[in-house]
Design a protein around this ligand. Sequence first.
Ligand code: CA
Length: 183
Amino acid sequence: MYAPLNQVITCLGWIPSYDRSKLKEADDPRLIVRCTHPQSTGAPQITSLDPSTSELKPIPGAVKITPVSGIPVNLFGKPVGTKTTVTFKSPIEPGAIAHAWLEMEADDIDDSKEATIVLNGKTPIEMTNDVLIPSGSVWGRLKVPASALAKGANTFEFTFADNLSGQTGGYEVHHASLVLVMK
Ligand SMILES: [Ca+2]
């Protein structure tokens, strides 16, 4: 029942929190919704649930945060070990986040060894087949441990980690967003 309401709120770029404690009051049942507008505090843009750039099915109730810097990632033709950083600014306390993903359009990540991604200098993001493609590009999501996120700046460091014995010359990431589902 909350899905359409949640869609309207999040499409406006607002962050809702729901208080369901009054729903079962016999004489005055209410759903209390508090909305925070992230731009009111200079926080980052939160886009609609389904930006036209993504080919992935939206996650119900999720909000998307677009990067403030670092996109596109271009690690083609660079020496093995080259790193580059994508930064997101999150207005949300990590304790309020139930699930998080790094959604991206990856280009030419041939093998999970080719790319490494480290969050906030210490938490490796597990590469899965969802973002691997030997040629061309693919949309996929990688799970992000919510506890490793911070309110404020979050950096994802991408490394061209392995050229697979000279078989590959790097990779790119054309688009990325941080996808969050609240508790
Ligand atoms: Ca490659």
